[in-house]
Ligand binder design. Structure first.
Ligand code: AQP
Length: 329
């Protein structure tokens, strides 16, 4: 089964990115050895205001982090989007079969563009680039968080439209979401998604936050004025979010956790989640420091990944050009 997923090189990565994406990457790598492709989508990162030096450093930070959480360069392909020119080419070709109206309905475009003086054309067309990322690899499954649902639907529509206009070219990919934690919520505003860019410092927990910072953020998480520890996402979003995080960090199912808190208060839950997350990330922190210190090795590994990705994507790109009527040689 071919797996593909992309992750942006902007901002420090949150526990939401870890649960929604990275953890699934490692699981799908293990289940589909040699057939999983993960992409640091650096071209996506320029669609909003950014600093070039920051993009450069964050790209290497993210590569180190992805290896630290368990991606294995011998068993999967990790690469940077900008290293494989096919991605930019595919985006342009696919723009011919992407509707302007459909792009305008993307909620992420509306949210990220709202209230800004300058909204880049790239922010609008970003989902086309994403569709190309996925389709170039004849992908079967795309492990993502719930917030990417609409973009994945668009990728499927684009694949179908291309196939019916130019002939069967792409596999139509299917998304896979984590069973628990598909949408980790902001700790201070638990009705909103925890976000790299939109959440406040206290509202988001970073994978690389120091242990005491992690503990403090959970201790000050917003819950409600009730006392009962129950998993009711609509009525008790704060408590339910903490239970989901605890469930992922400990491996215990939510009903079992709920039962264990009979007679206990929110303070106990917050302390336990904090400790469980500190333990979850402890080995990641250690591996990250080692990997990040060796920049030449990171670049070497990304180079090998890019080579494999170029090889895997080239036949599909060639087919796209051929089917669309281009004279190539
Ligand atoms: N809160 C979340 N819960 C579960 N999954 C999440 N993801 C993001 N936030 C959550 C998943 O992480 C993957 C990579 O995301 P990305 O960094 O490429 O871009 P994003 O989705 O835009 O991430 P952020 O952190 O939310 O940044 P902002 O808010 O700036 O856009 C994706 O699979 C995503 O679903």
């Amino acid at each position: 089964m071919r797996v593909f997923s992309g992750i942006q090189a902007t901002g420090a990565k949150t526990i939401g990115n870890y649960i929604g994406a990275m953890r699934q990457y490692v699981a799908t790598q293990d289940e589909n050895e040699g057939d999983a492709f993960f992409c640091i989508v650096d071209l996506h990162s320029i669609t909003v205001e950014y600093d070039p030096q920051d993009l450069h450093d964050r790209t290497l930070d993210l590569a180190a982090l992805l290896y630290a959480v368990g991606l294995d360069p011998d068993r999967c392909t990790l690469f940077c989007q900008s290293h494989v020119a096919a991605h930019a080419e595919a985006a342009w070709l696919l723009s011919a079969v992407t509707g302007f109206g459909q792009l305008g309905r993307m909620t992420q475009f509306k949210e990220k563009g709202e209230g800004r003086e300058f909204v880049s054309a790239g922010l609008f067309t970003y989902p086309v680039l994403m569709a190309g990322d996925i389709l170039l690899y004849q992908t079967d499954i795309v492990p993502i968080g719930d917030d990417q649902r609409q973009h994945l639907e668009l990728s499927r529509d684009v694949a179908e439209r291309f196939n019916s206009r130019f002939g069967e070219t792409f596999k139509v990919p299917r998304a896979v979401y984590p069973t628990v934690g598909a949408r980790i919520m902001d700790l201070q505003e638990p009705t909103k998604k925890m976000s790299t860019t939109a959440s406040s410092e206290q509202g988001r927990v970073l994978v690389l936050d120091p242990p005491d910072t992690i503990r403090k953020k959970f201790r000050t998480a917003v819950t409600d004025s009730d006392r009962e520890i129950r998993y009711l996402p609509d009525e008790k979003p704060g408590v339910s979010n903490l239970l989901e995080i605890l469930s992922v960090a400990t491996g215990s199912p939510i009903p079992q956790l709920e039962a264990g808190y009979d007679g206990k208060g929110y303070g106990d839950l917050k302390t336990d989640v904090g400790e469980a997350v500190v333990e979850l990330f402890r080995p990641v922190h250690e591996r990250y420091e080692e990997l990040r210190a060796d920049e030449p090795e990171l670049r070497r590994l990304l180079g090998i990944g890019a080579e494999k990705a170029r090889e895997a994507s080239a036949p599909t790109l060639q087919q796209m050009y051929d089917r669309m009527g281009f004279v190539r040689r």
